[in-house]
Design a protein around this ligand. Structure first.
Ligand code: SF4
Length: 349
């Protein structure tokens, strides 16, 4: 949650202070950059396709996991054409271990639009990138900076945090400068011709030192020039509650269901009863012994399945109401508390 501070003391920015900051950050990066294979040292070797895929993966997945999974994904889908041709089930299987499976479908949809509208070539204009499915302002600017070396400001949550702390004394680790100040600073601070190296350097400092909680100011290379160095009170952000069942977020249960479906061969289906048995076996199942006052287990399970169906991740085939006649009509609306049994598989898309 962004939280603007009114107590921060803006530090007078001058050309000299900008230059010093640039020297400190790029000087540190020259010797301490994190090495990821999507960050080629030789700009000529950078593949925009690899940058695009890595940026989408990094949106909600840790770098160590992306480092492990990205090469496998690129082996299966080496280019836009291969990715565009993938059906839902294939792409969801390839996305195993990454979480947030809807991202994989949007990425495939993005490849299809690039294939159809741009002949398989990733566009180099901001407006064209923003018009692609699943591409927001951050990803568009990251692709322009990292893949095409355009002079563009890149702002994600980590860069916003570092810039805020460099702009003024932040009272607590939760505070951020106001968005207009961050935007103005972002536009001015990056050295022209160095957008790619600059933003990767700031991201590395954000990941290694200037973390959301417990920043390591004493060992940070910006300690001497940062107004927030060692001054912030540590305050934990309170995460808004997310839809859960007996304390376990629905997104975790969605991931468990998709993982079971990934194990099916070809067009095979699995019954909802079998999935319930697998989900609720052992210690995990013990969580469900308590009754939820607002919703029965069946109603909750049906809601989760319908959500996965809506997102194009699974297909519900042959739903059947217990005590009623079998029906092949998948559009049948089942009451929330209706016991039901149906067959499931990953969506073919
Ligand atoms: S000195 Fe502390 S607050 Fe400033 S950039 Fe470094 S880690 Fe962040």
């Amino acid at each position: 949650m962004k939280h603007s501070t009114s107590n921060s003391k803006p530090k007078a920015a001058s050309a000299a202070s900008y230059q010093r900051l640039q020297r400190e950050i790029l000087g540190w990066y020259a010797h301490h950059a994190r090495t990821f294979f999507w960050r080629e040292q030789d700009a000529q070797l950078i593949d925009p396709y690899v940058v695009l895929i890595s940026e989408v993966m990094l949106q909600q997945t840790q770098t160590s996991r992306v480092q492990e999974k990205l090469p496998l994904f690129l082996t299966e889908f080496p280019n836009i054409a291969a990715l565009a041709a993938a059906d839902n089930a294939t792409i969801i299987k390839a996305w195993a271990g990454m979480g947030y499976n809807s991202r994989a479908l949007r990425l495939r949809d993005c490849a299809r639009v690039i294939q159809e509208r741009h002949g398989g070539i990733i566009p180099t204009l901001n407006d064209e990138l923003l018009a692609l499915p699943g591409i927001g302002a951050y990803t568009a600017s990251a692709v322009l900076a990292f893949a095409f070396h355009h002079d563009v400001a890149v702002l994600d949550v980590n860069i916003r945090r570092v810039y805020s702390r460099l702009l003024a004394t932040m009272p607590t680790t939760r505070d951020l400068a106001d968005e207009s100040s961050i935007q103005a600073f972002a536009e001015k601070i990056y050295p022209r011709g160095e957008s790619s190296r600059w933003h990767q350097a700031v991201m590395d400092i954000g990941a290694l030192f200037c973390t959301a909680r417990a920043p390591k100011c004493m060992s940070c290379p910006l300690h001497e020039v940062c107004p927030s160095a060692g001054t912030m009170q540590e305050v934990r952000k309170v995460k808004p509650p997310e839809p859960s069942w007996e304390g376990t977020p629905n997104r975790i249960w969605r991931g468990c269901i998709v993982q079971i479906l990934r194990g099916l061969e070809g067009d095979a289906t699995i019954s909802s009863d079998e999935i319930l048995q697998q989900l609720f076996a052992g210690e995990v199942g013990a969580l469900f012994e308590n009754n939820n006052a607002e919703m029965t287990q069946d109603a909750w399970f049906l809601m989760v399945l319908r959500g996965l169906e809506r997102d194009g991740i699974l297909e519900i085939t042959a739903p059947r109401r217990v005590g009623s006649h079998a029906s092949g009509d998948t559009s049948e609306v089942l009451p929330h508390d209706t016991l039901f049994s149906c067959s499931l598989r990953l969506s073919k898309g």
